[in-house]
Design a protein around this ligand. Structure first.
Ligand code: BEZ
Length: 281
């Protein structure tokens, strides 16, 4: 049966709010997809394959997959990201859909996902959707933040929020950073065979020079600060720490600022998992 990107039908659930600014994301955080290019080598897309880019952002890696001759569609929960992806690559199909709640009409050869699944705090729901989307023997190739990811940044955020007087700042943490064992077990429980898994440090130089950490926190860690009133957000914690976000950056300066640049303490989890044939389960 023929296949064109339009054949992929998604029953996605739109997120109720879109906190992403795709223009700022493209301007200051291009490293997200630049690092993701090496994940494409693990995917090794082939002409004619049907592939989903789960959490496509502004579409740069989706386009690389398309260049292989594969039929690819990108989905993302952010309307802002999907709109920009469509404008960037009008020849590719993009749709708004939730990683925890999507369906495809025709089984896929592969699902690819870069730097997204750490936002999905219900990993079972996402893995279930991926499993249902793949044909038996289809592969799931993913990279996201693993156990210990941005550990220094998380500790600094939690300590500033406690000092401000928040009683349970950990409850604001939007991220899921599993270990290899934890995630491999989830995949196996959903009928996958894990053929590759690695957890590695990848210190990441942030764009924006001396503003790099404040920019990063404002782009990615807004959930931690979202519950704060404007007054508390602007509270001066010390003479230099003029706002909560600046206070966090100042706490990190001794460890993550060097040679006029900020480095985030990223740790990546990469996995390749193959959907087992029903006869082998
Ligand atoms: C990551 O890519 O590891 C990441 C990005 C934003 C927030 C947290 C983690």
């Amino acid at each position: 049966m023929g296949f064109s990107p339009a054949d992929l039908q998604f029953e996605g659930v739109k997120m109720s709010q879109d906190s992403w600014n795709s223009a700022l994301y493209e301007k200051n955080h291009a490293f997200v997809w630049q690092y993701g290019e090496s994940l494409l080598e693990l995917l090794a897309p082939k002409a004619g394959e049907r592939i989903l880019d789960l959490g496509c952002g502004t579409g740069q890696l989706t386009e690389k997959i398309a260049q292989s001759g594969a039929f690819v569609q990108g989905i993302d929960s952010s309307l802002s990201m999907v709109s920009t992806a469509k404008a960037n690559y009008p020849h590719i199909s993009f749709a708004v859909a939730d990683a925890r709640d999507f369906l495809v009409e025709e089984p896929l050869d592969a699902v690819f996902s870069n730097a997204v699944l750490h936002w999905v705090k219900q990993p079972d729901a996402a893995i279930d959707c991926v499993e249902k989307a793949l044909r038996p023997g289809g592969r799931f190739v993913a990279e996201f933040g693993g156990k210990g990811n941005v550990g220094a940044i998380v500790r600094a955020l939690l300590s500033v929020l406690s000092e401000i007087g928040l009683s349970e700042p950990e409850s604001l943490n939007p991220w899921y950073f599993p270990s290899i064992g934890e995630y491999a077990l989830l995949l196996e429980n959903h009928g996958f065979e894990v053929s590759y898994a690695v957890l590695f440090d990848r210190p990441t130089l942030l764009e924006g020079g001396s503003a790099g950490m404040v920019n990063w926190i404002e782009m990615f860690a807004g959930d931690f600060l979202s519950g704060l009133s404007p007054e508390v957000r602007a509270a001066k914690l010390s003479r230099r720490e003029s706002r909560a976000v600046v206070a966090v950056a100042e706490r990190l300066r001794p460890t993550l600022y060097r040679d006029a640049g900020w480095t985030a303490d990223y740790r990546r989890l990469r996995v390749v998992a193959v959907k087992k044939s029903p006869l082998l389960i």
